[in-house]
Design a protein around this ligand. Sequence first.
Ligand code: GDP
Ligand code: MG
Length: 767
Amino acid sequence: MKRFALAGNPNCGKTTLFNSLTGSTAYVGNWPGVTVDKKEGTYKKLEEPISIIDLPGIYSLSPYSPEEVISRNYILDEKPDCVINIVDGTNLERNLYLTTQLLEMDVPMILAINMADLIAKNNQSIDTNKLSKILDIPVVEISALKESNLEDLMKKAYETSKHPRKGKTILKGCKLDSLINKVNNEYLSEEISNPLFHAIKLIENDEIEIQLHKNILPLVTESKKDFNDEIFGSDFEAIIADERYKFLSKNIANIIVKNDGSNQDPNQLKTTLSDKIDKVLTNRIWGIPIFIAVLFVIFHLTFATNFLYLKNIFPLNEDGEIINVTLQGTPWEGLIVSADGVASPGVFLQTCLVGFTDWITDLTKTGLESIQGDQVWVSGLICDGILAGIFSVLSFLPQICLLFLFFAILEDTGYMARIAFILDRIFRRFGLSGRAFMPMIMGFGCSIPAMINTRTLADDNERTTTIRVIPFFACGAKLPVLTAVAGQIAIMCNINNPDLFTLACFLVGIVTALITVIIMKATVNRGAVPPFVMELPSYHLPQLKALGIHVWDKIKHFVKKAFTVILASNILIWFISHVNLSWNAFLPDEEISNSIAATIGKLLQPIFTPLGFGSNLAGEFGWIFVVATICGLIAKENVLSIFSALSAAIAGGTMDDYTTSQAMEMIVDATNITTYALFAFAIFNLLTIPCFAAVATAKAELPKNKFKGTILFWLVSSFFVGSMFYLIPTYWWTCFIYLAIIGSGIGGIIYYNKYQDKKNNTLKGTD
Ligand code: GDP
Ligand code: MG
């Protein structure tokens, strides 16, 4: 099969084009660095099927980032039949810099100018014929998003792929011409493919090139001797880059035609509105508060049971009546307005879904009762064990969808990239690069792709640090746990805005991540901060298709997991909570505290005493939180499954099914857990070892010898932060213990760094 490779700058629309051409649903993100690995798909609308490869986005073909190396090696080694170089037409000059380098390779090539819709909107047009003559390759204007002109592009690419092309350089005629010719001839005589590309790279002193063709280096060094540039001296990489830019600025300006005849500088046209918005959103002082406010609005829309604080404005009575409007007896009763207040869209959708799943449980129960005879445990296993567990997890699906939809909007509009930018500016001081924040933000969806995405980080230390903190960004599976606990805390505190507590958990996760990153950078993962170049993508309205892909991408795992891992673990949980150590018979619900689960829980309980849900919990059900935490190591959703599966038992053996919040309430009553301990429980589960799948991914992605340390790191940080939230408010004097630990930690780090500096200095001295 013929292979066409898509190459271009980050964020120029490669993945959008790839998706349009192949019908796949690869991740499109409005920020650079989303595509780490190359992806393959098939285009079927030509006379033969064509394999399309989406290469990672690059600014040049120098070996400064893993993406650049992946893309460069792919074209050189795998020799695709055609390179489709896609450029952002609203940023033509800069994007063509890469084009001038790609042209030097011996590969058929076609230029696709993307974002034709925006170019037209800017009232511009691009003289493609002229550009095609200058570059000596076909040029097609397309819109990957609106899917316009794609067939034309593919037809021309197909035509192009039939004829081999020799590399050409736009450096012809510049002062380096004779040098390039000389080296090129040397490569030609050695019959190396892509001679021109290699020759220019060697003149640039490119690391990879020097490794590959050491033998030609002396010739280059010799020829360079009598060459000295006034500005750049003998920095040949800079001289060549400068020549490329000179060429582009000379030739490109008149390619872009302003349709109304005015002669505005095309570079000035890039949306000034965008700049104005950026002045506010990326403001030094206001950037972070604005981000937190945005998060608050999102959480409020998703989780608030007292939407817009309407209850505080128009007080409701016990039956959920606003002033004189009664909703009782109408279909709306409890759905929109409850005693808590008015439901937010997220809560409303959840109530609808819960109504539906309750109906299914009831049907199943009635069905089972008529056939089960005296085998009571069958209905117990199916209704309380399996259905209750799965439904309690699924009941959060509407809220998860909504939250991801909002995140997708933030990302697709370009706002998330700004957040990475703001954070980079602040934390660069602490020795971090903003590159690491991209995978971290992805962690809000699922830790697994986020950890894989750390491959964009060149530095091993930075990768380790990032992978370790990714689980602190609450993923979709942790969300139901946090929400359920937050709901209960809100009840216990008599505040009817659980969204505040959910948001608080998220923020604790983010802050812990930032602090631990700083600590690791200062201790175990020291190293220079790699440079971080990021171009802020332009703002645009969110695209329905992209949003759909994002949300589906995230919830599909969640749904799939509910019916596989969660289903299996629910059955397991039901068994270990209905069988005792001697395995002689199924225990009735009321004897659950003799079960294997309880035995294990009680055994491990003392460990969790500093977190408030250990041995200090009196009563026969005190072990429940420990068991929930342990089952959460398989999948975090299990924490909830445990609560809902065991709530029936706790209620005294009745077979009624309970909503997640009723289950939580019963468990809190049965165990007498305090508010602070409950919060500590949520935080501990958020920060501790993530689910099985994430641990396996971490093991595969971490550099050698870092895995055990990572597990230890998760345990220590979750224990430290979790216990802090329980102990300090419960026994105020414990704050001195924490202060002492933190103080000696900081002291230790300062001392250690001084010692390291000294060591480095003495080493230098002896050199
Ligand atoms: P990649 O980094 O090169 O893979 O770029 P993506 O495919 O992820 O696209 C980056 C952003 O540009 C996304 O927000 C797209 O929706 C947007 N985009 C891509 N193609 C077009 C287009 O033709 N017109 C417009 N207006 N936006 C586009
Ligand atoms: Mg991409």
